[in-house]
Design a protein around this ligand. Structure first.
Ligand code: 13P
Ligand code: SF4
Length: 319
């Protein structure tokens, strides 16, 4: 067997021996997604990762994704051991929203309900009334608006603007962005569409307005996968991290998948449709964390208890 296959085999044996389950995001390496599926774990969007980790009986969760996903798992299940293949796997949204600055922003606007995206630190969640992911943000904000609440939103400005447009809610926004989705280009997408006039356009809402405006479907990673599986079209232009193509190819083998254009080869392209932090997750990291207990996530009390209520509120709302 190749070195990759033996590492995968070793990781599968360790998961079993340690009574651990692998919870993976759609953007991580295909080998990790396969390993999660083959060993009774899950590959999913960030909402389902949180729910699955909370509800699974395993005492150890291995979270393949970025740090906020491991932290959410630990916040929900403090009694479980939560391990990550690489603790340096962060997110530009999390980095761009330091807890102290965010607390000052909240303090300046005490009349607003604080809604934060999942892609934030535990300390930021501890200041929030609600946590949302891209799969439920629209419904939750629409509900808050219907109850007459004014919103303070952080940190993704593109997702915030999309929700604001869709719901008409009064939203004061933090100015953050995902370095991966921020690179998708509206004009280049228009040109690509001319060459594929029958293609369905699938867009993650962390993308810029000019890209979202051209979408047939705007949604979370799992919503975009569902759109490919259920869509009648033959071709799909996909504006999200290319890690998602692995699951799309497996679940919809006959469909033609085309990557949406980014700044491409230009020097400004930092990420080129693949998250550098998701890419830190590898089979070796899974083996190492299970063998040596590296990459364990800890969230201090009382931050954990404070952050829990905003995650629980979202999970109850979406149950
Ligand atoms: P989803 O919740 O849609 O899986 O998105 C998570 C993420 O990090 C997108 O960049
Ligand atoms: Fe964060 Fe973007 Fe990476 Fe998702 S793809 S983890 S939002 S930097």
């Amino acid at each position: 067997p190749s070195q990759r296959q033996s590492l995968k085999q070793r990781a599968a044996e360790l998961l079993k021996a340690k009574g651990a389950v692998l919870v993976a995001h759609y953007y991580v390496d295909g080998d990790l997604q396969d390993l999660a599926q083959e060993t009774g774990g899950i590959v999913s969007d960030s909402l389902e990762m949180a729910r699955f980790g909370r509800d699974h009986a395993a005492r150890t969760l291995v979270v393949a994704g970025v740090r906020f996903m491991g932290e959410s798992a630990k916040i929900l299940s403090p009694e479980k051991r939560v391990l990550m293949p690489d603790l340096d796997a962060t997110c530009s949204l999390d980095l761009g929203c330091p807890a102290d600055d965010f607390a000052a922003f909240c303090d300046a606007h005490p009349d607003r309900t604080v809604v934060v995206y999942a892609n934030t630190s535990a300390a930021v969640k501890a200041r929030a009334d609600w946590m949302v992911t891209s799969s439920c943000a629209l419904e939750i904000v629409a509900d808050l608006k219907a109850r007459g609440e004014k919103i303070l939103w952080a940190p993704d400005r593109h997702l915030g603007r999309y929700i604001q447009e869709q719901t008409g809610a009064d939203m004061l926004m933090w100015n953050g962005a995902c370095i991966v989705h921020d690179e998708f280009k509206g004009l280049e997408l228009e040109l690509l569409r001319e060459r594929h006039p029958d293609a369905m356009i699938l867009v993650h809402p962390e993308s810029p307005a000019a890209v979202v405006a051209q979408a047939d479907v705007v949604g979370s990673t799992s919503a975009l996968i569902k759109a490919v599986v259920e869509g009648k079209a033959r071709e799909y232009i996909v504006a999200t991290d290319k890690g998602i193509l692995h699951a799309m190819r497996q679940l919809a083998p006959g469909k033609v998948l085309i990557e949406a254009p980014t700044a491409g080869d230009s020097a400004t392209c930092k990420s080129c449709a693949h998250c550098p932090w998701m890419a830190m997750n590898g089979l070796q990291g899974i083996v190492d964390c299970l063998e040596r207990g590296t990459g364990e996530i800890f969230v201090e009390e009382p931050i954990r208890a404070q952050a829990l209520s905003c995650i629980d509120r979202m999970l109850d709302f979406t149950a």
